[in-house]
Design a protein around this ligand. Structure first.
Ligand code: ARE
Length: 591
């Protein structure tokens, strides 16, 4: 057996309570492991001490596995009667059997050796307070991301001199177009009609720049925000605000005070100043004056290790909830603030609004932030880049797509997966349509987005396949005058269909999927989503150059480039399967 491929710990996403009763246990092995059994029992009941006691636990085969590129991921769900569990694995390769315990790997003889003291894997107690819980509504939500300055100017008659005329061409970062909350409010019926049930707003607190990531005053929001949230709620739309707590803008009053009074300022420790007095110059912060966001000296880093700072921002968030009734908060640069700060904020806000959604902006493996006491989920950039890579690199065959999806959904606990913030582009990336300039590929990728576990988000303008390169080009004004054209109406209709399906079909929102191998074509992506009643939906994407003759059967829910049983190049087919080969119990066991 390849021992280096085998990994399990009674922590992270390998062994955790999914709820008060169920314990999920995952194991990684190499492909040489062909069969796995888990022996499990109550720690006070089952045990072999010194080889004298009998193991009273159960031996069960782990039937479900996902394929990762170099490893297999075995998964099972147990329901320990007394909330405790002791367990070990029995691994079979062709011709070998090994027992895997906390101690390491043992042969059968070693396992049963008289006098040996064995350390099993153990979950001492599944305490309800420690269960990672995420807000249930998020999985049902279809998000729409809005960059306020460029979405809709609802009050053009109030434009001041520095506001430019709304236009659909390229924009520059320092330009302002006057998009505002009133504009968003006016477009609520448009969003509702599209099927949107959540808005994620880029920052709206007072700031100097048009993107407002350089906050001047965290308490100053257009008073109309309350009205917007209320009306959104009336339409069944949740609202998530963007919180910039890693750094502030250079006009934030405490920072102004520090610049003025130096070390004597009561706010001196609110920031991370390295050299006193702070030299009076404008330059990037590689010179070591103070820490800032990405060396930008107009974005001084806040010291989220400081107790006063923690208390201050807990109160800011509390007020956003109390005054405006927001439903979610996205934490900008979510991995550079302190863990202590996030734990405190979560606890504080949960007391006020227990189902608030806390989303971290983290582009990488975010395990340490998703243990249940900080964020509920993160922006799923690994999924975005994985999908992009597959469509870009034609040398990858469909198993690579499978590995990539499996990697994304074995990184975290299922509770987090269920509310993962899935996106294909944002204000920080080039637009989806820009990547291939091809509508068929565009819809293939959207079909993936709308059928993955988690919560899908589209960036404003996606419904009309807006183009735009990297920041600032991805922040062009929404071309409202062009929305009504027949071409755009057709595009909107396609997105609306995907949204409707997502809402209507539980299987599309479900955590469960598998990759059958019914088609031999190397770039025919095929996967099945399954709901808890065993109802199946099949997704087929022809990413090859050839036509694919599709097997008969099933009700077509969404199709592009598909006719008379043939899926053309870059075609998409989403179908409801007629038969069901899975039963509910298997599903709950983590298929
Ligand atoms: C502006 C210009 C840029 C220019 C930069 C120079 O637009 O073209 O390069 O200034 O300083 C905000 C504005 C930006 C602005 C920036 C600085 O929206 O327009 O840039 O402020 O003033 C990393 C971080 C991640 C961060 C991204 C941008 O981890 O947190 O970089 N994202 C957030 C917001 C941004 C925002 C800020 C942070 C600052 O979403 O919009 O920028 O408040 C890899 C890495 C990631 C990295 C990612 C992108 O994959 O793994 O860690 O994210 O690339 O670079």
């Amino acid at each position: 057996m390849d021992f280096t491929g085998v990994y399990h710990r009674t922590s992270e996403q390998m062994s955790y309570a999914q709820n008060e009763n169920e314990l999920v246990i995952n194991l990684k092995t190499g492909y040489d492991v062909k069969q796995v059994f888990i022996h499990h029992g109550d720690p006070y009941d089952a045990g072999i001490l010194g080889g004298n006691e009998v193991w009273h636990g159960k031996r069960e085969e782990i039937c479900f596995k996902k394929r990762l590129r170099h490893q297999l991921w075995w998964t099972t769900t147990l329901t320990p009667e007394y909330k405790r569990c002791k367990y070990y694995f029995e691994l079979h390769t062709d011709g070998e059997v090994w027992y895997y315990l906390e101690d390491g790997f043992l042969t059968k003889e070693q396992l049963n050796m008289k006098g040996r003291i064995l350390q099993f894997f153990i979950v001492p107690w599944m305490n309800p307070a420690d269960v990672c819980r995420t807000p249930a509504w998020v999985n049902d939500t279809i998000w729409y991301q809005i960059f306020p300055d460029r979405f809709c100017n609802g009050t053009p008659e109030l434009n001041t001199g520095d506001i430019r005329t709304w236009q659909s061409g390229p924009v520059r970062n320092e330009e302002r177009y006057g998009g505002n909350l009133e504009g968003i409010r006016k477009k609520l019926p448009y969003l509702k009609e599209l099927g949107i049930t959540g808005i994620y707003l880029n920052p709206i607190m007072e700031a100097e720049s048009n993107h407002k990531y350089d906050t001047k005053d965290y308490t100053k929001i257009d008073p109309d925000f309350g009205r917007l949230v209320q009306e959104a709620h009336e339409q069944g739309i949740k609202v998530m605000a963007d919180a910039v707590f890693n750094h502030c803008g250079r006009r934030f009053a405490p920072w102004v005070d520090v610049l003025e009074k130096g070390e004597a300022s009561p706010y001196a420790d609110w920031f991370m100043v390295q050299k006193w007095p702070i030299p009076d110059k404008q330059a990037d912060t590689r010179d070591g004056r103070f820490y800032s966001f990405a060396f930008a000296d107009w974005m001084p880093k806040l010291n989220t290790n400081n107790e006063e700072v923690i208390t201050y921002f807990c109160k800011i968030c509390e007020d956003w909830i109390r005054d405006y009734d927001i439903d979610g908060i996205r934490f900008d640069v979510g991995n550079e603030v302190s863990h202590r700060f996030l734990k405190r904020i979560r606890e504080h806000l949960h007391r006020i609004k227990p189902d608030i959604y806390l989303l971290g902006e983290i582009w990488h493996d975010a395990g340490p932030w998703l243990q249940g006491d900080e964020y509920d989920s993160v922006m799923n950039y690994p999924l975005m880049s994985g999908i992009h890579e597959y469509f870009l690199d034609k040398s990858l065959d469909k198993s690579e797509f499978e590995y990539m999806i499996n990697r994304c959904y074995t990184m975290y606990m299922q509770q987090n997966n269920n509310v993962m913030f899935n996106l294909l582009d944002s204000h920080d990336t080039e637009r989806l349509m820009n990547r291939f300039h091809d509508l068929d590929i565009f819809y293939q990728q959207l079909a993936v987005l709308f059928t993955m576990p988690g919560s899908p988000c589209i960036y404003y303008g996606t419904e009309i396949a807006m183009e735009g390169g990297f920041d600032p080009d991805c922040r062009r004004c929404m071309p409202w005058e062009e929305v009504g054209t027949e071409e755009n109406q057709n595009r909107i209709e396609a997105v609306r269909t995907l949204i409707r399906l997502r809402k209507q079909e539980k299987a599309l929102r479900s955590l469960y999927f598998h990759f059958p191998e019914e088609y031999p074509q190397r770039r025919c992506v095929e996967y099945i989503k399954i709901d808890s009643q065993g109802r199946e939906i099949e997704v087929l994407l022809n990413c090859s150059e050839e036509k694919i003759k599709v097997k008969e059967g099933g009700e077509i829910l969404f199709a592009r480039n598909f006719s008379e049983g043939v899926l053309e190049r870059n075609g998409t087919l989403v179908r409801r399967k007629k038969t069901s080969i899975w039963n509910t119990e298997d599903m709950e066991n983590g298929a």
